[in-house]
Design a protein around this ligand. Structure first.
Ligand code: ATP
Length: 309
């Protein structure tokens, strides 16, 4: 498909820099330990999803807020390298870029402190001032690492303008605004997030009831990612289907969910049917879990084609 024929994807969300060090064990209160070295890695769910969609060939614009510090460029450069339009990113004065402080212990377990910085300041006024972005896009993708009221406002605008709205409800807030469901065409929780949104325990045994509830609230298609158990789809038009995951050698599951959402957006932008989009996302995410890192683990279009064989 030619670039100019593709629908335009707008990602509205977070941009972070992950500061990662490897440690022997996670320090307890009052303890000082040594890390091996410091890696500065671009992250944030919004930026990860924009990068993934861009690398897989979508026409993507990223909208979000960076700080006025040296970390902003790390985030921006990675987006530029993935072919994303970054010309509308906002720089918040006297504010830091979003940062995640991550220690990884020798068992591979993470401990993370997130400092939202500029992400927390992305406001409804910022959306209004840049409404042209929503007007000019076809598909708008959200996550919940920016203020939920900003997401609600922008999603309402997107729906008023007849755009397709995709929501990756991560991290799931304890209080989710009910009105938001009405503006969402596709929601993609993982099983934990679905449990929080539907206030359901044992979500795996209640997938039908929990996803029906989100449809009752107004969402059209509910797509639940279930890690190595694959994907559960409950769609108002395509029915219900559970698709198994690919059997792969798992190295690192970071960004599996983000690349899944990005692939969905890409395929829907190319005019594909929902179920075809889900199958493609399932494949891309399976490739991602065989590689280390977040944005670094996302395959190119050609690499996905090789796996499709
Ligand atoms: P993350 O927060 O790590 O980005 P997530 O919790 O949002 O991920 P998951 O449900 O863990 O999302 O995984 C998303 C998708 O990635 C799954 O639906 C599946 O397609 C793929 N996937 C994840 N883990 C595996 C696995 N072990 N084997 C094959 N595919 C996997």
């Amino acid at each position: 498909m030619k670039y100019k024929d593709k629908k335009k994807v707008l990602v509205i969300g977070s941009l972070n820099v992950d500061m990662v060090t490897n440690v022997d064990h996670t320090p307890v209160a009052g303890e000082t330990i040594l890390g091996d070295k410091l890696d500065l890695i671009p992250g944030g769910k919004g930026a990860n999803q924009a990068c993934a969609a861009g690398r897989l060939g979508a026409d993507v614009t990223m909208f979000g807020a960076l700080g006025d510090d040296q970390y902003a460029m790390i985030s921006k450069k990675s987006l530029i390298d993935s072919g994303i339009n970054v010309s509308y990113l906002i720089k918040k004065k006297h504010t830091g870029t979003g940062v995640a402080l991550i220690t990884v212990d020798k068992e591979g377990d993470n401990s993370i402190v997130v400092i939202p910085g500029a992400n927390a300041k992305l406001s409804m006024e910022d959306i209004d001032r840049n409404i042209v972005l929503i007007e000019q896009s076809d598909i708008v993708v959200f996550q919940l690492e920016i203020p939920v009221e900003t997401v609600l406002y922008a999603a309402r605008k997107a729906k008023e303008l007849n755009k397709l709205v995709i929501l990756d409800p991560a991290p799931a807030p304890p209080e989710f605004p009910m009105e938001l469901y009405r503006y969402v065409d596709v929601i993609k929780p993982n099983e934990t997030e679905l449990g929080i949104l539907a206030k359901t325990e044992n979500v795996l045994e209640n997938l039908y009831e929990a996803t029906e509830l989100l449809k009752d609230y107004g969402v059209k298609h509910v797509i639940v990612t279930l890690g190595n158990k694959g994907v559960y789809v409950n769609s108002f038009s395509q029915g219900i289907e559970q698709i198994p995951s690919y059997e792969v050698q798992v190295v690192d599951t970071t960004a599996a969910g983000d690349s899944f959402t990005a692939s969905l957006a890409l395929m829907l932008a190319e005019g594909k049917e929902l179920m075809e989009a889900v199958r493609y996302a399932n494949l891309v995410a399976a490739i991602v879990v065989t590689r280390k890192g977040a944005q670094s683990s996302i395959p190119s279009v050609d690499e996905v084609r090789e796996y499709e064989g």
